[in-house]
Design a protein around this ligand. Sequence first.
Ligand code: NCD
Length: 328
Amino acid sequence: MSSLPFEDFPHILDTRQFSATWLLSLFRATKAIEADPEAYCGILLDRIVALIFNQPSSRTYFSFELAARRLGATVIGGQHMAEFSSAAKGESLDDLARILLGYGADYLIVRWNTEGSVARVAKLAGANHPVINAGDGPGQHPTQSLVDLYTIWKEFGDLERPIVVAVIGDLKHGRTAHSLAYLLGKLFPNISFFFISPESARMKPEILEYLHRHGRHTLATTQPKLYDLADAFDVVYMTRPQLEYGDEQERARLTEEYQPFILTPDVVERMKPEAIILHPLPRTFELPVEVDGDPRARYFQQAANGLPLRMALLKELELARLGLLAKA
Ligand code: NCD
């Protein structure tokens, strides 16, 4: 298995599985697709891609669906599995996955509300059926981080130079923040972090430990001094309060604690002219629409990058899969 492009092949579960070489080849493939999107239109012909989502999604769902269709796949599945599949009658994700595999699904792209659930599906799917984690509750969202890093790579030209990334918001439940920290933390030693969050939404301790173990320069703070720090950032990565994970009291507390962490236009004003603002979206009050016109705002571009990046990912998986199948 060592010649394969990343650990856990063929599944995409956790950003710790990637190597820098594989990421850069994925990014080059994404650029090639952007330049000529028709070039790979038959690569998933005769393949069935199943999308299994029980949490809301816009960008991830639609870009994966479009990506798979553009590559020629048949797409099945849906966004509201909690209400409109037998999951509503108590069927487990594992059983649902078994049924779809039985119908001949080649790829399973899964968003489920419990951490670790997608990795379980990968185990039962086996090596010939790639499973992609499209968000496992407050766990990870690896393909969002691929989109995020692709956007940073395109903006800065390389990932070897010093880049200061401020990840701001609900770092306890925000799976995009977790995946991004794991991704950047291991592979790119010149990238350093500020983790800035309200008290009740601090970055998970195991992720901070992971970064320290890898010798990364990391500063985690709950002090809302965005204005004072803003000119130190090259990338501001805003995230929303993940209110769906708390009870009513926790939601009210988090909303109140979040107020000083809003990216107000005066904070943006103090940022370096060449810095960029990212957000995985959807946004709520933490990123006011007044910021949209600022030349540093890149979040809509970042969202648009999701389509070619996911096309490139499916293409790379299919090519690797064909190699694996040929060897079997
Ligand atoms: C994110 C998610 O679902 O984790 N959205 C996305 O996929 N772009 C971010 C979020 O919901 O806050």
